[in-house]
Design a binder for this molecule. Structure first.
Ligand code: PLP
Length: 433
């Protein structure tokens, strides 16, 4: 907090397309989609108009005991596009709340399903997982910097190795996962996963095929698969949903961040009919899901989400995201120290990317992956150097995260890469005495 206060972070007062404008009139390319949310840029006429039109009808009315039109239309639109079998939508107002709802739905489902059981009390999560900052979601978290302090406050979770870090092979990782799941199968309520890319862990990319194998394993053992697509959904990886890439249908799907095009807070937790049916019954039977956030299904947010979905299709945003992936690949590969990538120029970092998501991990010694001392705040220095070059990004420790909006024109993506590479060069060359 002290550093933040001293630094005078830019105060954003306006935006124009893919640029943010601060109180001093400086313009910055929005290089992280305003924290992984924005899809089409800012002040998009169609989304602005949809929100204004809704504002002329009603800004908010509750979904507790009532319904509203945009939330019904959005639920239909999501179900049409979601992986097979996800038929019902439960709204909350942020990603963490969407995950919390998923956990409670899974817990209650096992107790109310036909032949219901009381002993399903464990959730499985991956190493380095991130699912939000509330007490329930940090219990699934595996990032020490965020989570270790709160140990005593959290419920226990069963952790399986992430397949993303260098270490055991995919087969060994899956074998260990299978052993842990099989040993605890009748106690497990759900397996929670960020499909394909673990974003907050520093853009850790899973090997192809992993998600499908986890789906097969969880299906075989009768474990609910809970996919947290809060970061990866809505075109971030070149498909509407990450699960689409491996033909996987989870039992529960959580959406937020890009859901409204990055305009307004909203989350949706989608479930199968099988799960939904377990909550049916006469009111006095007590099968109700007693979980309601005050602003659930807010009409303005749902109207923005509907407009954003239409634009994704009209403007072929998924195709653009795939073009962005190629631009990122070409621009960043020459500076990657990762041995799988070819190095034409001096390697500067371990660069991981998939779709529009990039993590550039800085090391004091790239060959041995020796980190910089934390007090040098190298990642943060790069964030500041990027800002001086007119680009907003945000680091997680010494991982510099780039996340252009899926609709960003490729020329701007190239500009983003050039500025970030130059900023890293600024910081690395200044740092060597
Ligand atoms: C951002 C994020 C969340 C939490 O969403 P909030 O809206 O910040 O609560 C959960 N899971 C993943 C994968 C995320 O990236």
């Amino acid at each position: 907090m002290s550093a933040y206060v001293e630094e005078h972070a830019p105060v954003i007062v306006a935006a124009d397309g893919f640029e943010l404008i601060d109180a001093d009139g400086n313009r910055y390319l929005d290089g992280h989609s305003s924290l992984w949310c924005n899809i089409h840029g800012h002040r998009v006429p169609e989304i602005d108009a949809a929100i204004r039109a809704q504002l002329d009808r009603v800004a908010h009315s509750t979904l507790l005991g009532l319904a509203n039109q945009p939330s019904i239309e959005l639920a239909e639109a999501l179900v049409q596009r979601a992986p097979l079998g996800l038929k019902k939508v439960f709204y909350t107002d942020c990603g963490a709340a969407g995950v919390e709802a998923a956990l409670k739905i899974a817990w209650q489902y096992h107790r109310q399903k036909p032949g219901g059981v009381e002993n399903r009390d464990l959730f499985v999560c991956l190493g380095s997982a991130y699912h939000g900052d509330t007490v329930g979601t940090i219990s699934l978290g595996g990032i020490d910097r965020f989570h270790s302090l709160f140990g005593g406050l959290m419920f226990p979770a069963l952790r399986v190795p992430t397949p993303a870090t260098p270490g055991p092979s995919l087969d060994d990782c899956l074998a260990e996962t299978e052993r842990l799941l099989a040993a605890n199968a009748d106690r497990i309520a759900g397996f929670v996963i960020e499909p394909l890319v673990q974003a907050a862990a520093g853009i850790l990319v899973h090997p192809p095929g992993y998600l499908r194998r986890i789906r097969e394993l969880t299906s075989r053992l009768g474990i609910l698969l809970i996919a947290d697509e809060i970061a990866v959904g809505f075109g971030r990886l070149g498909t509407l949903f990450a699960c689409d890439q491996e033909d996987v249908a989870p039992d529960i799907l959580i959406l937020s961040k890009g859901l409204t095009g990055g305009y307004l807070p909203l989350a949706a937790t989608l479930v199968t009919d099988d799960i939904y049916n377990a909550f049916l019954g006469e009111p006095w039977q007590g099968r109700t899901f007693y979980h309601g956030h005050t602003y659930t299904g807010n009409p303005l947010a749902c109207a923005a989400a509907l407009a954003s979905l239409r634009l994704i299709e009209q403007n072929d945003v998924l195709e653009n995201a795939r073009r962005i992936e190629n631009v990122l690949d070409r621009a960043l590969k020459p500076r990657n120290c990762n041995p799988r990538a070819s190095s034409a120029r001096a390697p500067m970092a371990d660069i991981r990317h998939k779709g529009t998501m990039v993590g550039i991990e800085l090391f004091q010694d790239v060959a041995t992956h020796t980190p910089f001392p934390p007090e040098r705040r190298m990642g943060h220095q790069v964030t500041l150097a990027c800002r001086r070059r007119g680009v907003i990004v945000r680091n997680i420790g010494d991982v510099v995260v780039l996340m252009p909006a899926p609709a960003m024109p490729v020329e701007l993506v190239q500009k983003l890469c050039d500025a970030v590479i130059a900023a890293i060069d600024d910081v690395l060359s200044a740092g060597i005495p």
